[in-house]
Design a protein around this ligand. Structure first.
Ligand SMILES: NC(=O)c1ccc[n+]([C@@H]2O[C@H](COP(=O)([O-])OP(=O)(O)OC[C@H]3O[C@@H](n4cnc5c(N)ncnc54)[C@H](OP(=O)(O)O)[C@@H]3O)[C@@H](O)[C@H]2O)c1
Length: 291
Protein backbone atom coordinates (compact mmCIF):
# COMPACT_ATOMS: atom_id res chain seq x y z
CA UNK A 1 0.00 0.00 0.00
CA UNK A 2 1.38 3.41 -1.02
CA UNK A 3 0.06 6.42 0.91
CA UNK A 4 0.85 10.11 0.48
CA UNK A 5 0.36 12.57 3.36
CA UNK A 6 0.04 16.24 2.35
CA UNK A 7 0.63 18.93 4.99
CA UNK A 8 3.08 16.53 6.64
CA UNK A 9 4.68 19.38 8.61
CA UNK A 10 1.51 20.08 10.62
CA UNK A 11 0.60 18.47 13.92
CA UNK A 12 -1.62 15.75 12.45
CA UNK A 13 0.79 15.18 9.53
CA UNK A 14 3.64 14.63 11.96
CA UNK A 15 1.58 12.22 14.09
CA UNK A 16 0.50 10.30 10.97
CA UNK A 17 4.11 9.85 9.92
CA UNK A 18 5.28 8.54 13.26
CA UNK A 19 2.32 6.14 13.67
CA UNK A 20 2.27 4.81 10.09
CA UNK A 21 2.02 1.02 9.58
CA UNK A 22 5.58 -0.22 9.17
CA UNK A 23 4.77 -2.46 6.19
CA UNK A 24 3.16 0.35 4.10
CA UNK A 25 5.05 2.77 1.89
CA UNK A 26 4.15 6.13 3.45
CA UNK A 27 5.43 9.39 2.00
CA UNK A 28 4.99 12.75 3.76
CA UNK A 29 5.13 15.99 1.77
CA UNK A 30 5.42 19.30 3.60
CA UNK A 31 4.17 22.55 2.12
CA UNK A 32 7.69 23.41 0.92
CA UNK A 33 7.57 20.34 -1.40
CA UNK A 34 3.90 20.46 -2.37
CA UNK A 35 1.70 23.53 -2.07
CA UNK A 36 -1.77 22.09 -2.60
CA UNK A 37 -3.03 25.37 -4.09
CA UNK A 38 -0.76 24.93 -7.13
CA UNK A 39 -2.86 22.69 -9.38
CA UNK A 40 -0.15 21.81 -11.92
CA UNK A 41 2.28 20.62 -9.24
CA UNK A 42 -0.41 18.68 -7.42
CA UNK A 43 -1.42 16.82 -10.56
CA UNK A 44 2.17 16.19 -11.72
CA UNK A 45 3.64 15.10 -8.39
CA UNK A 46 0.74 12.86 -7.42
CA UNK A 47 0.66 11.49 -10.97
CA UNK A 48 4.31 10.53 -10.64
CA UNK A 49 3.89 8.92 -7.21
CA UNK A 50 0.65 6.98 -7.99
CA UNK A 51 -0.47 6.52 -4.37
CA UNK A 52 -3.48 4.33 -3.55
CA UNK A 53 -4.50 6.78 -0.81
CA UNK A 54 -3.79 10.47 -0.26
CA UNK A 55 -4.34 11.76 3.27
CA UNK A 56 -4.88 15.51 3.22
CA UNK A 57 -3.59 16.92 6.50
CA UNK A 58 -2.84 20.29 4.87
CA UNK A 59 -5.14 23.12 5.83
CA UNK A 60 -5.41 26.79 6.63
CA UNK A 61 -6.21 26.45 10.35
CA UNK A 62 -5.98 30.04 11.70
CA UNK A 63 -9.63 30.33 12.76
CA UNK A 64 -9.57 34.01 13.76
CA UNK A 65 -7.23 35.17 10.98
CA UNK A 66 -9.56 33.58 8.42
CA UNK A 67 -12.13 36.31 9.21
CA UNK A 68 -9.81 38.91 7.65
CA UNK A 69 -8.23 36.49 5.11
CA UNK A 70 -11.22 34.56 3.73
CA UNK A 71 -9.64 34.25 0.27
CA UNK A 72 -6.45 32.74 1.69
CA UNK A 73 -8.47 30.26 3.79
CA UNK A 74 -10.58 29.27 0.77
CA UNK A 75 -7.56 28.92 -1.51
CA UNK A 76 -6.22 26.12 0.72
CA UNK A 77 -9.33 24.62 2.30
CA UNK A 78 -11.41 24.63 -0.88
CA UNK A 79 -9.10 25.22 -3.87
CA UNK A 80 -6.40 22.90 -2.52
CA UNK A 81 -8.94 20.15 -1.90
CA UNK A 82 -10.32 20.50 -5.45
CA UNK A 83 -6.76 20.10 -6.80
CA UNK A 84 -6.09 17.04 -4.65
CA UNK A 85 -9.45 15.46 -5.53
CA UNK A 86 -8.77 15.86 -9.26
CA UNK A 87 -5.27 14.44 -8.92
CA UNK A 88 -6.59 11.48 -6.91
CA UNK A 89 -9.28 10.90 -9.54
CA UNK A 90 -6.62 10.79 -12.28
CA UNK A 91 -4.53 8.13 -10.54
CA UNK A 92 -7.62 6.11 -9.59
CA UNK A 93 -6.88 6.43 -5.87
CA UNK A 94 -8.83 7.46 -2.78
CA UNK A 95 -8.69 10.57 -0.60
CA UNK A 96 -8.87 10.73 3.19
CA UNK A 97 -9.71 14.35 3.90
CA UNK A 98 -9.88 15.94 7.34
CA UNK A 99 -12.54 18.42 8.37
CA UNK A 100 -13.79 20.10 11.50
CA UNK A 101 -16.49 20.46 14.15
CA UNK A 102 -16.63 24.13 13.07
CA UNK A 103 -18.87 23.18 10.12
CA UNK A 104 -21.66 22.96 12.74
CA UNK A 105 -23.23 25.98 14.44
CA UNK A 106 -23.16 24.38 17.90
CA UNK A 107 -26.65 25.59 18.66
CA UNK A 108 -28.08 22.40 20.15
CA UNK A 109 -27.13 20.43 23.21
CA UNK A 110 -26.57 16.97 21.76
CA UNK A 111 -23.64 15.59 19.76
CA UNK A 112 -23.46 16.24 16.01
CA UNK A 113 -23.70 13.14 13.81
CA UNK A 114 -21.94 12.81 10.44
CA UNK A 115 -25.17 13.44 8.51
CA UNK A 116 -26.46 16.37 10.62
CA UNK A 117 -27.15 19.74 9.01
CA UNK A 118 -24.07 21.92 8.69
CA UNK A 119 -24.14 25.70 9.26
CA UNK A 120 -20.68 27.13 9.93
CA UNK A 121 -20.44 30.36 11.93
CA UNK A 122 -17.17 31.70 10.50
CA UNK A 123 -14.93 31.90 7.44
CA UNK A 124 -12.73 28.97 8.52
CA UNK A 125 -15.76 26.69 8.91
CA UNK A 126 -17.21 27.93 5.61
CA UNK A 127 -13.92 27.27 3.79
CA UNK A 128 -13.69 23.75 5.27
CA UNK A 129 -17.31 23.05 4.31
CA UNK A 130 -16.61 24.17 0.74
CA UNK A 131 -13.69 21.71 0.67
CA UNK A 132 -15.89 18.89 2.02
CA UNK A 133 -18.53 19.49 -0.66
CA UNK A 134 -15.99 19.70 -3.49
CA UNK A 135 -14.31 16.45 -2.44
CA UNK A 136 -17.67 14.69 -2.13
CA UNK A 137 -18.76 15.94 -5.57
CA UNK A 138 -15.51 14.94 -7.27
CA UNK A 139 -14.74 11.66 -5.52
CA UNK A 140 -18.05 10.29 -4.22
CA UNK A 141 -17.42 6.77 -2.95
CA UNK A 142 -13.66 7.21 -3.20
CA UNK A 143 -13.65 9.73 -0.36
CA UNK A 144 -13.25 9.17 3.36
CA UNK A 145 -14.13 12.44 5.10
CA UNK A 146 -13.25 12.50 8.81
CA UNK A 147 -14.29 15.42 10.99
CA UNK A 148 -12.42 15.94 14.23
CA UNK A 149 -12.13 18.65 16.89
CA UNK A 150 -9.90 20.48 19.39
CA UNK A 151 -6.66 18.87 18.16
CA UNK A 152 -3.37 19.09 20.02
CA UNK A 153 0.00 17.40 19.88
CA UNK A 154 3.45 17.75 21.42
CA UNK A 155 4.52 19.48 18.15
CA UNK A 156 2.85 22.56 16.71
CA UNK A 157 0.62 25.37 17.92
CA UNK A 158 -2.35 24.30 19.98
CA UNK A 159 -4.29 25.02 23.17
CA UNK A 160 -2.19 22.70 25.38
CA UNK A 161 1.10 24.27 24.30
CA UNK A 162 -0.33 27.79 24.72
CA UNK A 163 -1.63 27.00 28.23
CA UNK A 164 1.71 25.45 29.27
CA UNK A 165 3.61 28.51 28.02
CA UNK A 166 1.33 30.96 29.85
CA UNK A 167 1.38 28.83 33.02
CA UNK A 168 5.20 28.67 32.93
CA UNK A 169 5.22 32.47 32.67
CA UNK A 170 3.24 32.49 35.93
CA UNK A 171 0.25 34.32 34.46
CA UNK A 172 -3.16 33.95 36.04
CA UNK A 173 -5.56 32.86 33.32
CA UNK A 174 -9.16 33.48 32.31
CA UNK A 175 -10.53 30.65 30.19
CA UNK A 176 -13.86 30.27 28.42
CA UNK A 177 -16.27 27.89 30.18
CA UNK A 178 -19.30 28.02 27.86
CA UNK A 179 -17.87 26.28 24.78
CA UNK A 180 -17.97 22.49 24.94
CA UNK A 181 -16.10 19.99 22.79
CA UNK A 182 -13.89 16.91 22.86
CA UNK A 183 -10.14 17.60 23.20
CA UNK A 184 -8.37 15.19 20.85
CA UNK A 185 -4.74 14.08 20.83
CA UNK A 186 -3.57 14.06 17.20
CA UNK A 187 -1.54 10.89 17.85
CA UNK A 188 -4.70 8.96 18.80
CA UNK A 189 -6.53 10.42 15.79
CA UNK A 190 -3.67 9.39 13.51
CA UNK A 191 -3.76 5.83 14.86
CA UNK A 192 -7.53 5.69 14.27
CA UNK A 193 -7.11 7.02 10.70
CA UNK A 194 -4.62 4.25 9.89
CA UNK A 195 -7.15 1.76 11.29
CA UNK A 196 -9.84 3.14 8.96
CA UNK A 197 -7.52 2.92 5.93
CA UNK A 198 -6.65 -0.67 6.83
CA UNK A 199 -10.40 -1.42 6.68
CA UNK A 200 -10.71 0.48 3.34
CA UNK A 201 -13.61 2.56 4.71
CA UNK A 202 -15.18 5.46 2.78
CA UNK A 203 -18.00 7.91 3.64
CA UNK A 204 -18.33 10.59 6.33
CA UNK A 205 -17.17 9.80 9.85
CA UNK A 206 -16.39 11.68 13.06
CA UNK A 207 -13.46 10.78 15.30
CA UNK A 208 -12.44 12.43 18.60
CA UNK A 209 -11.17 11.26 21.94
CA UNK A 210 -14.07 10.28 24.23
CA UNK A 211 -15.53 12.59 26.87
CA UNK A 212 -16.42 16.26 26.71
CA UNK A 213 -15.05 19.39 28.33
CA UNK A 214 -15.13 23.17 28.25
CA UNK A 215 -11.91 25.03 27.45
CA UNK A 216 -11.87 25.90 31.16
CA UNK A 217 -12.11 22.20 32.21
CA UNK A 218 -9.37 21.43 29.71
CA UNK A 219 -7.07 24.16 31.10
CA UNK A 220 -7.62 22.97 34.68
CA UNK A 221 -6.76 19.38 33.68
CA UNK A 222 -3.65 20.53 31.79
CA UNK A 223 -2.38 22.35 34.86
CA UNK A 224 -3.22 19.53 37.29
CA UNK A 225 -1.52 16.83 35.21
CA UNK A 226 1.44 19.04 34.28
CA UNK A 227 2.09 19.77 37.97
CA UNK A 228 1.87 16.04 38.83
CA UNK A 229 4.34 15.17 36.06
CA UNK A 230 6.80 17.94 36.82
CA UNK A 231 6.12 19.73 33.52
CA UNK A 232 5.11 22.77 35.64
CA UNK A 233 6.63 23.74 38.96
CA UNK A 234 3.94 26.01 40.41
CA UNK A 235 0.23 26.63 39.83
CA UNK A 236 -1.51 29.74 38.51
CA UNK A 237 -5.11 30.77 39.16
CA UNK A 238 -7.51 29.83 36.36
CA UNK A 239 -10.77 31.81 36.22
CA UNK A 240 -13.80 30.49 34.30
CA UNK A 241 -15.26 33.20 32.05
CA UNK A 242 -18.10 33.36 29.50
CA UNK A 243 -17.25 33.74 25.79
CA UNK A 244 -18.71 37.25 25.94
CA UNK A 245 -15.78 38.25 28.18
CA UNK A 246 -13.22 37.00 25.61
CA UNK A 247 -14.20 38.46 22.23
CA UNK A 248 -12.53 36.84 19.21
CA UNK A 249 -12.70 37.67 15.50
CA UNK A 250 -14.45 34.36 14.74
CA UNK A 251 -17.58 33.17 16.53
CA UNK A 252 -17.11 29.60 17.71
CA UNK A 253 -19.83 26.97 18.16
CA UNK A 254 -21.02 26.73 21.77
CA UNK A 255 -21.52 22.95 21.67
CA UNK A 256 -19.44 21.16 19.08
CA UNK A 257 -19.25 17.65 20.53
CA UNK A 258 -19.15 15.16 17.64
CA UNK A 259 -20.98 11.83 17.75
CA UNK A 260 -18.19 9.37 16.95
CA UNK A 261 -20.02 6.11 17.62
CA UNK A 262 -19.94 4.99 13.98
CA UNK A 263 -16.14 5.23 13.64
CA UNK A 264 -15.57 3.68 17.06
CA UNK A 265 -17.80 0.75 16.01
CA UNK A 266 -15.98 0.30 12.70
CA UNK A 267 -12.68 0.26 14.57
CA UNK A 268 -14.22 -2.04 17.22
CA UNK A 269 -12.76 0.16 19.91
CA UNK A 270 -14.02 3.27 21.68
CA UNK A 271 -11.54 6.13 21.71
CA UNK A 272 -9.53 6.68 24.90
CA UNK A 273 -10.94 9.39 27.20
CA UNK A 274 -9.47 12.85 26.56
CA UNK A 275 -7.92 12.93 30.06
CA UNK A 276 -6.03 9.68 29.37
CA UNK A 277 -4.87 11.12 26.06
CA UNK A 278 -3.77 14.37 27.65
CA UNK A 279 -1.76 12.48 30.29
CA UNK A 280 0.05 10.53 27.54
CA UNK A 281 0.84 13.68 25.57
CA UNK A 282 2.15 15.42 28.71
CA UNK A 283 4.34 12.38 29.43
CA UNK A 284 5.98 13.05 26.07
CA UNK A 285 6.43 16.73 26.90
CA UNK A 286 7.94 15.75 30.28
CA UNK A 287 10.29 13.29 28.54
CA UNK A 288 11.42 15.92 26.04
CA UNK A 289 12.06 18.53 28.75
CA UNK A 290 14.28 16.01 30.61
CA UNK A 291 16.43 15.37 27.50
N1 LIG B 1 -6.23 22.07 14.96
C1 LIG B 1 -7.47 21.78 15.33
O1 LIG B 1 -7.89 22.06 16.46
C2 LIG B 1 -8.40 21.11 14.36
C3 LIG B 1 -9.73 20.87 14.78
C4 LIG B 1 -10.60 20.24 13.88
C5 LIG B 1 -10.16 19.87 12.63
N2 LIG B 1 -8.89 20.14 12.25
C6 LIG B 1 -8.48 19.74 10.90
O2 LIG B 1 -7.50 18.73 11.03
C7 LIG B 1 -6.57 18.83 9.95
C8 LIG B 1 -5.15 18.88 10.49
O3 LIG B 1 -5.02 20.04 11.31
P1 LIG B 1 -3.70 20.36 12.12
O4 LIG B 1 -4.13 20.81 13.47
O5 LIG B 1 -2.70 19.28 11.98
O6 LIG B 1 -3.21 21.66 11.32
P2 LIG B 1 -1.79 22.38 11.35
O7 LIG B 1 -0.97 21.90 12.48
O8 LIG B 1 -2.10 23.84 11.20
O9 LIG B 1 -1.12 21.83 10.02
C9 LIG B 1 -1.58 22.19 8.76
C10 LIG B 1 -0.41 22.02 7.81
O10 LIG B 1 -0.88 22.37 6.51
C11 LIG B 1 0.15 23.12 5.90
N3 LIG B 1 -0.38 23.92 4.81
C12 LIG B 1 -1.02 25.10 4.86
N4 LIG B 1 -1.29 25.54 3.64
C13 LIG B 1 -0.78 24.62 2.78
C14 LIG B 1 -0.72 24.52 1.38
N5 LIG B 1 -1.22 25.48 0.60
N6 LIG B 1 -0.14 23.43 0.84
C15 LIG B 1 0.40 22.46 1.62
N7 LIG B 1 0.40 22.52 2.94
C16 LIG B 1 -0.19 23.59 3.53
C17 LIG B 1 0.72 23.96 7.00
O11 LIG B 1 1.99 24.45 6.63
P3 LIG B 1 2.50 25.86 7.23
O12 LIG B 1 2.68 25.63 8.70
O13 LIG B 1 3.75 26.10 6.47
O14 LIG B 1 1.41 26.85 6.94
C18 LIG B 1 0.78 22.94 8.12
O15 LIG B 1 1.98 22.21 8.08
C19 LIG B 1 -6.99 20.05 9.13
O16 LIG B 1 -7.80 19.63 8.07
C20 LIG B 1 -7.82 20.85 10.11
O17 LIG B 1 -8.76 21.67 9.44
C21 LIG B 1 -7.99 20.74 13.09
Amino acid sequence: MKVLITGAGGQLGWELLRSAPSDWQVVGWERSWLDITVEKEVVEKIGALQPQWVINAAAYTAVDRAESQPDEARAVNHGGVVNLSRAVQRVGGKLLHLSTDYVFDGSRGRPWGPEDAVAPLGEYGRSKLAGERAALDLLGENLLLVRTAWLYSSRGHNFVQTMLRLMREGRNLSVVMDQTGSPTWAFHLATALWGLLERDVCGILHWCNAGVASWYDFAVAIQQLALQMGVLSSPVTIHPIPSSAYPTAATRPAFSVLDCTKSWEILASPAPHWQTALASMLQEVAGESRL
